[in-house]
Design a protein. Structure first.
Lengths: 236, 236
């Protein structure tokens, strides 16, 4: 089974996804928020590319959330902090989410047979679900404004670590996947520090959202796997 | 001083090079060959983008070398193996070189104030020379056919290691640079193995060029620094 890791959305030509299982990652914070919202009982999360799309998709009872440049969008109920998506807030409701990088990564992956939203929170469960699909795997790091983001690379490396542990002989890695695996192994004991020192982490700390980073760094704390069914992310 | 690392030629928009010192890397094998040829006494190396350009640049006494898909170009005297560029072969002569990725990386960097050709062979000397230019630094991994190549990332990480040792407080790394630094530190004792297991390394072994990989893995064995002067790489 071939496992390819793509450094950022900019590199994600749609031909790379055909007949594959795609795993989209935006650790800070979109996929962490998606995982948290679904774990808290949201019915589904609908990734929207634009603010206008998000508004058009909203039906009565839906929650609309998202960010641009790490800030809540004017008029939206929620931002992109996983801490907002509590059971009380989202239980039994649909969430429409639009973010700068993460929702774009999910849209870029749509040519794949299966699209999974993964984060540090649910990496182990995501790796297992991906293996069960029995297809080659492409892991897309959302990155930040077309550039690589180290927290997404770290999560890609953690996914590779799990894939290799679950299926030691059958995983064939591309060079970037090998590099991210080495990155994860070198930082397995300092995940939170790596997030804090990343460009996105520093930006969030400046905006007073350090708490979000702690939330997003809880490795393998949630065992659900959001995957795309039509235009909605639901649980397997 | 800001240090940015670019994963592959595809990501190398020319705006990223303005007012900076660029370090182009193609460990397997173009920049290793360039360093070797100049260390062996070649007067200069002229990177040409196409086979036709290379032929047009050739004057009596010049050597024309290069590869496409890791193989020597029909009618060219030399391929892209550093072992061909001996003192006897190239001493006192100009070399025109065209390769799939490395010479393209040098051309992409031309907007920079200074362009250096670096490899594992001359990483320490290259880092020192780059610091002396007192500009922000952009390190361009040539990669392989628009994809990241782990041996170039490893060399970028080694350059970062040297830059940090030479100038501990002043180096400000982007996320990809941080990841490559971690990659290097995790593999500092297994450089040759990393090259052997890379996609490019495996391709070269299949073609019977394993010896080239040994040559290209001799970390900091050469202290010269090729830099671009007009359209020619010469020694400082």
């Amino acid at each position: 089974m071939h496992v390819q890791v793509i450094p950022s959305v900019k590199e994600a030509g749609s031909a790379k996804f055909n007949h594959k299982t795609a795993i989209a990652i935006d650790v800070l914070r979109a996929t962490s928020t998606i995982v948290t919202a679904l774990a808290a009982g949201a019915v589904s999360v609908i990734p929207a590319e634009t603010v206008m799309d998000a508004r058009a998709l909203q039906r009565p009872g839906d929650i609309v959330g998202g960010e641009r440049f790490s800030r809540k969008i004017a008029g939206f109920e929620f931002g992109n902090s996983p801490r907002e998506y509590t059971e009380q807030a989202v239980g039994g409701r649909r969430v429409i989410l639009t973010t700068t990088n993460g929702t774009r990564a999910i849209h870029k992956s749509m040519r794949a047979d299966t699209v999974i939203a993964a984060s540090l929170l649910n990496a182990e469960a995501s790796a297992r679900f991906a293996l069960e699909q029995r297809r080659d795997i492409v892991i897309l790091c959302a990155g930040s404004h077309d550039d690589f983001a180290i927290e997404d690379g770290l999560c890609a490396g953690l996914l590779v670590e799990h894939l290799k542990q679950m299926c030691p002989s059958a995983v064939e890695l591309d060079d970037f996947g090998g590099a991210m695996h080495a990155l994860y192994r070198a930082n397995a004991d300092s995940v939170l520090d790596t997030l804090m020192n990343s460009q996105s982490g520093k930006r969030l700390q400046k905006l007073g959202s350090a708490e979000d980073i702690y939330e997003c760094a809880k490795v393998d704390s949630i065992s659900i796997v959001p995957y795309l069914n039509g235009d909605q992310l639901i649980l397997k």
